[in-house]
Design a protein around this ligand. Structure first.
Ligand SMILES: [Ca+2]
Ligand SMILES: [Ca+2]
Length: 196
């Protein structure tokens, strides 16, 4: 399911060791291609990431622009969110902002790190390059078909769910367990938005 993962061969790593050093809060967050949905910190879903060498020592000073969230639904260039600063002396940085994303990812997001010109996926075990460090937050988006815009096609898909009378988590934008007028209003707030 995770595209960039492959098995390390010889001394050449294709993944980066890391983990989530503090307790995580599971949750769902609204994301728009324009990146104008609620922020992780607004929703109480901010989380820290720690980046380590294969031997477990921290890597400090990795620029924020070299760390990003990604999912299999790669829209808007594939960078959903970067952290709020470089890694500190403990190799730790925080994700707090709004997400630039579409679709409805059941497989959730993973974390990418650029090191020495290569894009590496963050994993728990660098010897096997698996499993990817699991991001505890799942995305729902008014860009339901994950093509980088919120347009009439998405509206049709939303309406299909809305008028079906049955629950679908991909259109439950406020995460309250039902698809109703509040979700419709949220959808309409993002109608016409494209990748920022
Ligand atoms: Ca769309
Ligand atoms: Ca709802």
């Amino acid at each position: 399911m995770i595209g960039p993962v492959s098995i390390a061969s010889g001394q050449e790593l294709v993944c980066q060791r890391g983990d989530l050093p503090s307790g995580v809060v599971e949750g769902v967050i609204l994301a728009c291609p324009r990146q104008d949905g609620p922020s992780l910190i607004d929703e109480g879903l901010e989380f820290k990431v720690r980046i380590l060498r294969p031997n477990g020592t921290p890597i400090s000073g990795i620029p924020a622009t070299d760390i990003w969230l990604r999912s299999n639904e790669s829209i808007c260039g594939g960078r959903i969110l970067i952290p709020n600063g470089p890694t500190d002396q403990y190799g730790i940085t925080s994700f707090v902002g709004s997400l630039r994303a579409g679709g409805c990812e059941e497989s959730q997001m993973y974390i990418m790190v650029r090191r020495n010109g290569r894009d590496l996926i963050l994993v728990e075990n660098p010897a096997t390059c698996t499993p990817p460090v699991r991001v505890p937050v799942r995305v729902v988006s008014p860009d339901i078909d994950a093509d980088g815009d919120v347009d009439s096609v998405d509206r049709e898909k939303f309406d299909d769910i809305y008028y079906s009378g049955s629950y679908h988590e991909c259109a439950d934008y406020n995460g309250d367990g039902s698809v109703d007028n509040e979700d419709l209003l949220i959808f309409e707030q993002h109608m016409g938005h494209v990748c920022s």
